[in-house]
Design a protein around this ligand. Structure first.
Ligand code: DAH
Length: 353
C-alpha cells in the first residue's frame, strides 16, 4: 500500500477513535497513541528522511494534513467532552434548595429535672441556698451523723448499696465497706451543718439509691429534695407554714396540708405531710385510696443530738428538716402511671411534659 493510502487509513481510524472516546482521559489515550512521541503519525513524520525524494513533498503534505485533521478533531472532541464532564460535575454537586430539610430531633428537659428546678425556684424565692452533695457517701454522713448508729433499727428501713473497695482490703471486699451509694439526701444536711455558717436555709436536690426491684411504684434509683433550716427560735409552726406554702406553690392555692406523726431517727418530733387530693378535693377517690389525702414528704424538727454531733449548740439553735420525693410529685402532679417510664428515655412519653 502506498504511504498516502496508509495515512488515509490511519487518519480515518483515528478520527473514528476520537469520535468514540467518551471521556477526556480516553481521548488523551488516543492522542498519545497517534501524536505522542512514539505515536503512529509521529512515526511517519520521523521517517520522512527515508521517503524517496520525489515522493517526499506529497507524503509530507499528506502527513501534515492528517496531523492537522487529527488535531482539530481532538480539540473539537475535547471541548465537547469537557463540557459534558463539567455539566455532570455541576449536576452531582447541585443542592436542591426546594427539598424540605431534615428535621433535627430536639431533646427535652426531663420531667424529673423540671420538677427539681420548679421546687428549687420556690425555695430560692424564700432565700434558701441549693447544695448538691455527693451520690457516693460514707456510712457516717448517710446514717451515723443522722442519729442512726450501727445496728440502729432505722437502717433496715433503707436497703443500701455498699461500694466495695476492690483495692485489696479483705474486710472491705467482704462488704463491710463504710462507703455507700446514699440512700437519702439527708446526709447533705450534715455536710452543710459542718461546713457553713449559721443560720442555714438550704435545700439539696439529688439522686439516691436503694436495693429495690423496679416496678410501677419503686425504682432502685430515684430523687429527693432535702431541706434544712437552722436558726434561732425555729419552731414547728415555721415548718408547717413553710411546707404548706411549698405545697400550695406546687399543687395550687386551693390545696390543704396536714401533718401526721411519724418516725425518722434524725428528727423529733417527726411527721409526714399530706396534701389534699386534687381529684376529689378530700371526698375520697381511687387516687387517694379513699382517704382524701396524698402523702408527699417526710419532715420534723432536727433532733438536738444531730445538731450537737455536727457542732451546733441545741440550746441556742433549733431547726426543721424535710425530704421530698421528686418521683412522688411526678406521680401526683403529672399522673405518671409507672415510675419506670421516667428511666426509659422514650421521647413519646418525655415530650408530654
Ligand atoms: N430521708 C428520709 C427518707 O429518705 C426523708 C426525710 C424525712 C428527710 C424527714 C428529712 C426529714 O429531712 O426531716 O425517707
Amino acid at each position: 500500500m502506498a504511504i498516502t493510502e496508509e495515512l488515509a487509513a490511519l487518519e480515518a481510524e483515528t478520527l473514528a477513535a476520537i469520535e468514540a472516546a467518551d471521556t477526556t482521559s480516553a481521548l488523551e489515550d488516543v492522542r498519545v497513541r497517534v501524536l505522542g512521541k512514539a505515536g503512529t503519525l509521529t512515526g511517519y513524520l520521523r521517517s520522512m528522511g527515508s521517503v524517496p525524494k520525489e515522493e517526499r513533498a506529497a507524503v509530507g503534505k499528506a502527513v501534515n494534513e492528517a496531523r492537522v485533521a487529527v488535531e482539530e478533531a481532538l480539540a473539537a472532541r475535547k471541548a465537547v467532552l469537557e463540557g459534558a464532564e463539567l455539566a455532570a460535575a455541576i449536576d452531582a454537586a447541585a443542592v436542591d434548595v426546594t427539598l424540605p430539610g431534615r428535621s433535627q430531633q430536639m431533646g427535652t428537659r426531663h420531667l424529673i429535672n423540671g420538677i427539681i428546678d420548679e421546687v428549687s425556684d420556690i425555695f430560692m424565692g424564700l432565700g434558701y441556698k441549693v447544695y448538691e452533695g455527693s451520690e457516693i457517701e460514707t456510712d457516717y454522713y448517710n446514717f451515723t451523723a443522722l442519729n442512726a448508729p450501727a445496728d440502729h433499727p432505722s437502717r433496715s428501713m433503707q436497703d443500701t448499696f455498699y461500694v466495695h473497695d476492690l483495692s485489696g482490703d479483705a474486710a472491705r471486699v467482704r462488704g463491710e465497706s463504710d462507703v455507700l451509694l446514699r440512700t437519702q439526701t439527708s446526709g447533705v444536711q450534715v455536710h452543710v451543718m459542718e461546713d457553713q455558717e449559721l443560720p442555714i436555709y438550704m435545700i439539696a436536690p439529688g439522686k439516691v439509691y436503694r436495693r429495690d426491684v423496679a416496678d410501677p411504684s419503686h425504682l432502685p434509683q430515684f430523687h429527693q429534695i432535702e431541706g434544712l433550716v437552722i436558726d434561732k427560735g425555729i419552731t414547728f409552726g415555721d415548718l408547717k407554714g413553710t411546707l404548706d406554702y411549698f405545697c400550695k406553690q406546687v399543687f395550687g392555692p386551693e390545696r390543704k396540708t396536714r401533718f401526721r406523726a411519724h418516725y425518722f431517727p434524725f428528727t423529733e418530733p417527726s411527721a409526714e405531710a399530706d396534701v389534699s387530693c386534687g381529684i376529689c378535693h378530700g371526698e375520697g377517690c381511687r387516687m387517694c385510696k379513699g382517704t382524701g389525702w396524698l402523702e408527699i414528704l417526710g419532715c420534723g424538727m432536727v433532733d438536738p443530738n444531730v445538731l450537737s454531733m455536727s457542732g451546733i449548740d441545741p440550746e441556742e439553735y433549733s431547726g426543721f428538716a424535710f425530704g421530698i420525693g421528686v418521683e412522688r410529685i411526678a406521680c401526683l402532679k403529672y399522673n405518671v402511671p409507672d415510675l419506670r417510664m421516667l428511666l426509659e428515655g422514650d421521647m413519646r412519653f418525655l415530650r408530654q411534659f
